[in-house]
Design a protein around this ligand. Sequence first.
Ligand SMILES: NC(=O)c1ccc[n+]([C@@H]2O[C@H](COP(=O)([O-])OP(=O)(O)OC[C@H]3O[C@@H](n4cnc5c(N)ncnc54)[C@H](O)[C@@H]3O)[C@@H](O)[C@H]2O)c1
Length: 257
Amino acid sequence: MSSLAGKTGLIVGVANKRSIAWAIAQAASAAGARVALTFQGERLEENVRDLAEGLTDPLVMPLDVTDDGQIARVFEEIDRGFGGLDFVVHGAAYATREDLSNPFTQTTREGFKMALDISAYSLIALSRGALPLMERKGGGSILTLTYLGSERVFQNYNVMGVAKAALESTVRYLAADLGPKKIRVNAISAGPIKTLASSGVSGFSSILQIYRDRAPLRRTVDTAEVAEAAVFLLSDAGRGVTAEVLMVDGGYHATGM
Ligand SMILES: NC(=O)c1ccc[n+]([C@@H]2O[C@H](COP(=O)([O-])OP(=O)(O)OC[C@H]3O[C@@H](n4cnc5c(N)ncnc54)[C@H](O)[C@@H]3O)[C@@H](O)[C@H]2O)c1
């Protein structure tokens, strides 16, 4: 497996042990990285602190990505704790339950703004915060998580599909902006996995079944498979890759009929 020895990273999006970001935190730590985990709100603090106990010398701090003050404090704390930053994993996404079950035409202005703010704009805000710390290390790697619903219609994915389209475009613009500073920006497009976030999508189990029936590998993926691909992109093994959306979905994206 690719090495992250001596590197430090910020991982946003751990809610519980099923979170994709948690699998990435474990894999990054196993590959030698020291990581900072964030939790969104007091509700998730205990979960994240418990999980972090299994890592080597982690930082743990609160972060709601809609709050610029909290974003600034996270990078101040990382600066004090790590003295620089090599990678960021962005695994935050949110849309209301109504917007993930109602007909798409019923998407509210408020719901649209919130989904795009939390799920797409936050990548820009985190990249901006990470920039001075990564410059100090001579470069870095930023990674986000997306889904094929950005390009194709999946029932009830709705406004989250629009947010993922914005997120993938954001990856390309950030990659162009930050590439001259040796900072790479990529996304992994994961196949469907049962998590807190995906359980908000009405009828999610039927999406899972379609992957079992039709993906070339006749299955979906698990969080460990996504995490190993993530470590590759975060590490020097991925040094030539930027502005990419890497499909880790059992090949489902290639299927027509
Ligand atoms: N599970 C899947 O099938 C799947 C497939 C492809 C992509 N993804 C993406 O992977 C990422 C991680 O999701 P997951 O499936 O592991 O679910 P998850 O529920 O474990 O993670 C989503 C995270 O977003 C965080 N979050 C939501 N609003 C936030 C806010 N305002 N500030 C900070 N954090 C906030 C939550 O606290 C949670 O930790 C998401 O971007 C999701 O869209 C998931």
